[in-house]
Design a protein around this ligand. Structure first.
Ligand SMILES: Cc1ncc(COP(=O)(O)O)c(C=O)c1O
Length: 400
């Protein structure tokens, strides 16, 4: 069998993750300081508590959780999640998924017909772009500023696409501690985007892996909550929440909330693709919530990360030339650096690798053909304090 000729056209066109390739290209360099990955610090995984709960769940509830489970997700987990969030929502408006990536895939699968327009921020999270790309969406990106997506550019883009008779399905946004942009939407921008999307009949999918990792400042309502509170309970928003950066990405537990009919269709896809999310992991997360461990654990993660963010901000301030700017997030795990216009972060990446420091060039976070080259993403949660100091110094001297 000659498999390549048997692959479907979309499989042949499918891209691998450039980020994984870039990270792999630096893997065997001894003493490399990496600000490239998007990994949470293993020190934040609640290993002991989870080990105990896994043991407990399998031994006392094994007959239930080792069996095939419900495609819409574990009802006990859903009950605990709704209690935790204090959200007025029917469990039928929620499903659990195998990580956020799977939830976003099911969302896209339910909505995208090849050629449909999906709007996103520029920059945006590449992992989701490749999902929508594999579903053959026509992806258009709109620049963000410090407060979120730039509304005037969004409006101009929507008008241009509608004039060309394109069908706009939805907009994909990351409102809090943006990956890779490092920004959070202001309350005003959240309201503006919601009002505009409701008026224009454009669905919003909000990807929320980071909002609970807030180290300082005031939390703002998610788009979903705002839609319920201030926009007559509009169901334009679907929110995807992941436990990857809270309990560990290996658990693969996330959940999605939104319009009941849409959720029903996503469940139907889940039935076909996964049968069910992992029943053991789901029940473990529900017991973790039930025992009241989640909020204290999240506070511990924030206490753990806060000094690393401060260290990176301080080192940037001390070392970078005036021509470089960066975001100053109050949480999350990334910073976004803007280099002087004309400087190319892809070229800088190669030079930096020789100096044993790495990052992800910003160009990797845009749809093809819409890249910007003078930006880069820095992660600060996977290095030591000393590595952050040395790594930023190395990077700054190269830029200078
Ligand atoms: C914005 C964003 N969405 C989704 C994901 C993937 O989440 P999960 O591990 O739940 O699939 C990540 C992980 O880095 C992310 O940053």
């Amino acid at each position: 069998m000659h498999y390549p000729s048997a692959f479907s056209p979309v499989t042949n066109k499918m891209k691998s993750s450039l980020i994984r390739e870039l990270v792999a290209s630096t893997k065997n360099i001894p003493d490399l300081i990496s600000f490239a990955g998007g990994f949470p610090a293993p020190a934040t995984f609640p290993k002991e508590e989870l080990a105990k709960i896994f043991q407990e769940v399998v031994s006392t509830e094994g007959s239930d959780v080792l069996q095939y489970g419900a495609s819409e997700g574990d009802s006990i987990l859903k009950r605990e999640l709704l209690k935790w969030e204090g959200l007025e929502l029917d469990p039928g408006q929620m499903l659990t998924t195998v990580g956020a990536t799977n939830g976003l895939y099911l969302y896209g699968r339910a909505l995208i017909e090849p050629g449909d327009v999906v709007l996103c921020e520029a920059p945006t999270f590449l992992g989701t772009l490749v999902v929508f790309d594999a579903l053959e969406a026509d992806i258009h990106s709109i620049p963000i500023d410090d407060e979120g997506i730039r509304m005037e550019l969004l409006q101009a883009k929507v008008e241009e696409l509608r004039r060309a008779n394109k069908r706009i399905k939805f907009i994909y946004v990351i409102p809090d501690f943006h990956n890779p942009g490092g920004i959070s939407y202001s309350l005003e921008r959240r309201r503006e985007l919601l009002a505009y999307c409701i008026e224009q009949n454009i669905a919003i999918v909000e990807d929320n892996p980071y909002s609970r990792l807030r180290f300082s400042g005031e939390a703002l309502p998610t788009f979903l909550r705002l839609a319920q509170q201030e926009f007559d309970g509009s169901d334009v928003v679907t929110e995807v929440v992941s436990f990857s950066k809270i309990l560990g990405p290996g658990l693969r537990v996330a959940y999605v909330k939104g319009n009941r009919e849409l959720i029903t269709k996503m469940v139907s896809w889940q039935q076909k693709v996964n049968i069910t999310p992992d029943c053991v992991s789901q029940r473990v997360v529900s017991r973790f919530l039930e025992k009241g461990l989640m909020n204290p654990h999240i506070s511990r993660i924030c206490d753990h990360y806060r000094p690393y963010l401060n260290q990176m901000l301080q080192q940037l301030q001390l070392n970078m030339p005036d021509s470089v700017t960066w975001t100053k997030p109050e949480g999350g795990i990334f910073l976004w650096l803007t280099l002087p216009e004309g400087m190319n972060a892809d070229e800088l990446f190669v030079k930096a690798r020789d100096k044993k420091v790495s990052f992800i060039p910003g160009s990797k976070f845009y749809p093809e053909g819409q890249e910007k080259f003078n930006t880069l993403r820095l992660n600060y949660t996977f290095s030591t304090m000393e590595q952050i100091e040395t790594g930023v110094q190395r990077l700054a001297s190269l830029i200078k």
